[in-house]
Design a binder for this molecule. Structure first.
Ligand SMILES: [Zn+2]
Length: 312
């Protein structure tokens, strides 16, 4: 009798493994099943001790992950956890090429190798300068057949062969005023040049399904381009990398809460999400929030990895 129970228990255990081992996690496919939603893949900065993936965002439409913005270190794991598939993406936009915005790009591209339904994947990002590669350059630095670090994947970059999966990198000459960069399949995107020290950097405005999401990227907030780009956005993702009162190099690279509030208020955005949270801003949320509220009266949320913001 005892043996019979043991057999039944084993059968039950085995069927549990069969049925449930391959079910997606609770987070999978729970974002953007209907309408437009923003999912934060990485809410942290470059420090690993913040226990967050670095910058990366997905825009979902009706259960499809259609737009990826940045791919910082750690974000490829979050991409998998989100339930998204690389083959669903229509386009990738990069704000700039610091590692915390681009480090997991090769991991995502390699993963896509194993997926069906391959098609061209356009990649847009800034031009280069003496210190940073351009978008075309960095894609070739990774995957070029002659000198690419991952030249064994160069087949993913060879032009031609209609309908096949190919990376299509494009340099965007950042302009002082927002300019349209991409329009296809119901997705429209504008970019504007932003100041991030000496690094060529862009902020992005993505319009889909009647909703507008704007991504500041890393910037110190100088110039009129970002408030114009963010005008009346349904959601504005701003990077909370430095606390109020910071000076020197940090202030030259990033905007403090008062500047975020100024831009969000001036642009009349409907909702503000704070991301790129670093050790120097984590734990200072109430101070950050009250600084922003001096200039912006809408809802403010502090992002965590895999947070989902539906816009319907
Ligand atoms: Zn950054």
């Amino acid at each position: 009798m005892q043996r019979l129970f043991a057999v039944i228990r084993n059968v039950l255990l085995f069927s549990f493994v069969l049925c449930c081992a391959f079910l997606p996690s609770a987070a999978a496919q729970s974002c953007g099943a209907k309408g437009i939603a923003l999912q934060v893949l990485g809410s942290g900065g470059p420090e690993l001790q913040d226990k967050r993936a670095s910058s990366s965002y997905l825009v979902w439409e009706d259960g499809q992950a259609r737009v990826l913005i940045d791919a910082g270190g750690g974000s490829a794991l979050r991409f998998g956890e989100s339930g998204a598939q690389m083959s669903q993406l229509d386009v990738i936009f990069f704000s700039h090429f610091h590692e915390d915005h681009s480090g997991d790009f090769p991991a995502l591209i390699k993963s896509s190798w194993f997926e069906e339904g391959k098609r061209p994947l356009p990649v847009y990002g800034p031009e280069g300068n003496d210190f940073m590669p351009s978008t075309v350059e960095i894609v070739y630095d990774f995957f070029g057949d002659k000198h690419g670090a991952y030249r064994y994947l160069s087949e993913l970059l060879v032009p031609g062969e209609e309908g096949d999966y190919k990376l299509q990198p494009h340099n965007v000459a950042g302009t002082a005023k927002p300019a349209e960069v991409f329009r296809r399949g119901g997705i429209a995107a504008q970019a504007v040049r932003v100041v991030h020290g000496g690094v060529p950097a862009l902020a992005w405005r993505v319009e889909m399904g009647g909703k507008v999401i704007v991504f500041s990227g890393d910037t110190n907030g100088e110039g009129a381009g970002l408030p114009q780009l963010a005008s009346n956005a349904d959601l504005f993702v701003a990077h909370n990398a430095v606390p109020e009162g910071v000076t020197g190099v940090e202030r030259n690279l990033h905007m403090p809460p008062s500047v975020i509030g100024q831009i969000a208020g001036e642009a009349h955005v409907k909702q503000l999400v704070l991301s790129h949270r670093m050790l120097r801003t984590l734990g200072k949320e109430s101070q950050t929030q009250s600084e922003i509220e001096k200039k912006f009266s809408g809802p403010i949320k502090f992002a965590n990895d895999l947070d989902c913001f539906p816009l319907n």
